[in-house]
Design a protein around this ligand. Structure first.
Ligand SMILES: Nc1ncnc2c1ncn2[C@@H]1O[C@H](COP(=O)(O)OP(=O)(O)O)[C@@H](O)[C@H]1O
Ligand SMILES: [Mg+2]
Length: 232
């Protein structure tokens, strides 16, 4: 069991969790022979939109003891254009029933990296389990008051404290130029060090698609590199 689980989470909606999870998985797939991205958001499969690929394999399939990865099961989950990337979807009808303690070990065994797009709406058991067991938790926010105070509220909650104790990293998305004093105020609200800043990317605005060039992608690559360098 050597694979790493990377959870991407934000206590506020629309912060770019699916976007970051998708791009990060793409970058990791270029580095590692066997990477997966898993959409744990039941309501809509945004990762599938970014990938322009609707995976057939549900988490329910992965969550069985008789799931033995082989070339045929791999074909069911592998992204057609990205050889090393497997896209896993979440079975809506079983949302409340899925037990992360079952699929996390399978992911660790099977994939070098599993990037998980977590829903923010409710800290239901499966989300808490992933946050508590992931090797890396990326907490996304933006430099604006609502986002920062929502993040701060989460960081002061039981789950947030647990995430910080386990080394969760704050990542600021859609970073734009800010006057130094405003930036300072923003950072004071977060209280935690900001591990990475991802810039606003014009061609991503309102677009659920992969953009493999430009400043945003370069920053995601840098983030991935820092995660790999630290042996995480
Ligand atoms: N850095 C960015 N620059 C521009 N647009 C972005 C950026 N990050 C995300 N977006 C866009 O914002 C929208 C919401 O992102 P999404 O990943 O679906 O948010 P979440 O999963 O947190 O609800 C998407 O259309 C996405 O392409
Ligand atoms: Mg999303």
């Amino acid at each position: 069991m050597t694979g790493k689980i990377i959870a991407v989470y934000s206590p506020k909606g629309g912060q770019g969790v699916s976007c970051v999870a998708s791009h990060l998985s793409l970058v990791l797939a270029k580095k590692s022979s066997n990477t997966a991205v898993m959409d744990l958001v039941a309501e809509c499969g945004t990762v599938a939109q970014f990938m322009q690929f609707t995976p057939r394999l549900h988490l329910g399939n992965l969550n069985t003891t008789d799931f033995h990865p082989n070339s045929s099961s791999l074909r069911q989950v592998a992204h057609p254009k990205q050889n090393n990337l497997s896209v896993l979807r979440y079975p809506e009808e079983r949302f409340e029933k899925v037990d992360a303690s079952k699929f996390i070990p399978v992911c660790r065994n099977y994939f070098d990296f599993t990037v998980i797009d977590l829903p923010r709406t409710k800290l239901i058991p499966v989300v808490c389990q992933v946050l508590a067991n992931a090797d890396v938790v990326l907490l996304l926010a933006e430099y604006h008051w609502t986002s920062l105070f929502t993040l701060r509220g989460f960081l002061e909650s039981e789950s947030g404290i647990m995430c910080l104790q386990r080394g969760a990293k704050v990542v600021i998305n859609r970073r734009e130029w800010l006057p130094a004093d405003v930036l300072l105020e923003c950072k004071k609200i977060v209280r935690e060090p900001v591990a990475a800043e991802l810039p606003l990317e014009g061609c991503l605005i309102g677009q659920n698609r992969l953009v493999e060039r430009g400043r945003f992608f370069a920053s995601v690559k840098k983030l991935a590199k820092s995660l790999l360098e630290k042996g995480q």
